[in-house]
Write a protein that binds this ligand. Structure first.
Ligand SMILES: Nc1ncnc2c1ncn2[C@@H]1O[C@H](COP(=O)(O)OP(=O)(O)O)[C@@H](O)[C@H]1O
Ligand SMILES: [Mg+2]
Length: 418
């Protein structure tokens, strides 16, 4: 007998539900892929108009950082798995839900060590992970005492934030107070971390950890902006410019960092500086990074970490082996477009945008994006979120990929008013 409710009923009983925390731009690719893989997808966000909402089967209005609210939504929908991507605030929430409901994932303790920089450094110390010398900081006296003991330059950061917010390099005593204030302002646990500055080439690492085994996906140079835009990536280039001996030392330090935070299943994102004295692990995240690091890993390894993460969350028996593979690219550049690409913009507005199609037509260019609209003001580069565009290009080697990315950026025009 015809029953117009039947198709809905069928979805309810036939498909297992995957909960993806956050429905913003960063989460859209995962929501879409999980739907394509046949799962029923529940997403949550504090914004009912977040772009991922329309792609999911169901939605609950809950903020990504709200542990109990998300747990309630998870229970209501009888989820079989939970994950997030891009969002650091959702990491402890994912762990909480997985732990309480007994779903695949990592522990709350691991989530804490991966999101609180002071706890992470304590774990690093216990396992002998090479890292900058650091200590928790609350007062100017503590920071001054650290400077006295270790000298300049120093780095001050919030204990638990991401996206390079409130992060400053300090070269002399007079900069300490403002840097501490900025770090504390962005910290949600009310603490900062002060550490020695590590000179060297910065390398971002991505890996899939499956049943304790570490599968490296990519190593890439993280080209960062000069102070005051400290630490913000303006380009990712892979392969990195380090030799194989250093690359292996970086992989070894990454393995140790993964062990130190107790991660046995999940995506790991160690951030390492290849210093003259060897690798120094700046931090490690346990999530799919934002800012197109997914594509760096995907094009270089052939494996999409979103697919791995979905398979892991849903308890796939072989999340690594069952993933689809594309041919790996020899080299890749992700070039971000920021205020540094338009000097003297002085808060000016974008009058018009064109050239995107021309840039996309270049062979070897895989993505061209401008997040600005006509009428928007060029944002100040104070965190990674203020990058307003990106180009991804692959090539036969680093130089070719970087050259092509620059050529694509050069084709995009966005004249400014005034
Ligand atoms: N001790 C350090 N030495 C050198 N550079 C650092 C140091 N700490 C941070 N940075 C720079 O700042 C960036 C952001 O620091 P990180 O600890 O990764 O914070 P976030 O969680 O905001 O990404 C790093 O990617 C790196 O470029
Ligand atoms: Mg970082």
């Amino acid at each position: 007998m015809a029953n117009e409710l039947w198709p809905l009923f069928e979805i309810e009983v036939m498909s297992k539900t995957l909960m993806i925390i956050g429905a913003g731009h960063e989460q859209v690719p995962a929501i879409k892929m999980a739907v394509e893989m046949g799962y029923r997808v529940l997403t949550t966000d504090r914004n009912p108009e977040a772009p991922g909402v329309v792609h999911a089967h169901c939605f609950e209005l809950v903020s990504t950082g709200d542990k109990e609210g998300n747990l309630e939504a998870a229970r209501k929908h009888g989820i079989a798995g939970v994950m997030t991507l891009g969002s650091e605030t959702a990491v402890p929430v994912v762990a909480h839900i997985a732990q309480v409901l007994g779903l695949p994932g990592f522990s709350e303790e691991t989530a804490y060590k991966a999101t609180n920089k002071n706890a992470m450094r304590a774990a690093f110390e216990a396992f002998g992970v090479p890292a900058p010398v650091s200590r928790p900081a609350l007062t100017l006296e503590e920071v001054e005492a650290f400077a006295e003991a270790h000298g300049f330059p120093l780095v001050l950061k919030p204990s638990d934030c991401s996206g390079q917010r409130g992060t400053t390099r300090v070269d002399a005593g007079e900069g300490l107070e403002a840097a501490l204030e900025s770090a504390l302002r962005f910290s949600t646990d009310g603490r900062a971390i002060v550490e020695t500055f590590c000179e060297g080439i910065e390398i971002n690492v991505t890996a899939a950890v499956v049943a304790g085994e570490v599968h490296f996906l990519s190593l890439s140079d993280r080209i960062t902006a000069e102070p005051p835009h400290f630490g913000i990536a303006i380009e990712h280039i892979s392969p990195p410019q380090v030799d194989e001996e250093m690359a292996e030392a970086i992989r070894e330090a990454s393995r140790l960092a993964i062990k130190a935070i107790g991660l046995t299943d999940g995506i790991a994102y160690p951030q390492v500086i290849a210093s003259p004295k060897g690798p120094r692990v700046i931090e490690i995240a346990v999530r799919i990074p934002g800012g197109h690091m997914r594509e760096v890993a995907w094009y270089r390894s052939g494996v999409d970490m979103i697919e791995i993460a979905i398979r892991q969350a849903m308890g796939d028996e072989d999340p690594w082996g069952s993933c689809r593979r594309i041919p790996a690219a020899a080299a890749l550049s992700v070039k971000f477009i920021t205020e540094l690409d338009c000097p003297d913009h002085g808060g000016r507005r974008v009058v018009s945008i064109d050239g995107l199609e021309g840039a996309r037509a270049l062979p070897g260019v895989h993505l061209v994006r401008l997040y600005l609209k006509e009428g928007d003001v060029i944002p100040r580069l104070d965190s990674s979120a203020a990058r307003f565009g990106a180009v991804i290009a692959t090539g036969a080697d680093r130089e070719a990929a970087c050259r092509l990315a620059m050529e694509a950026v050069g084709k995009i025009h966005y004249p400014l008013a005034g």
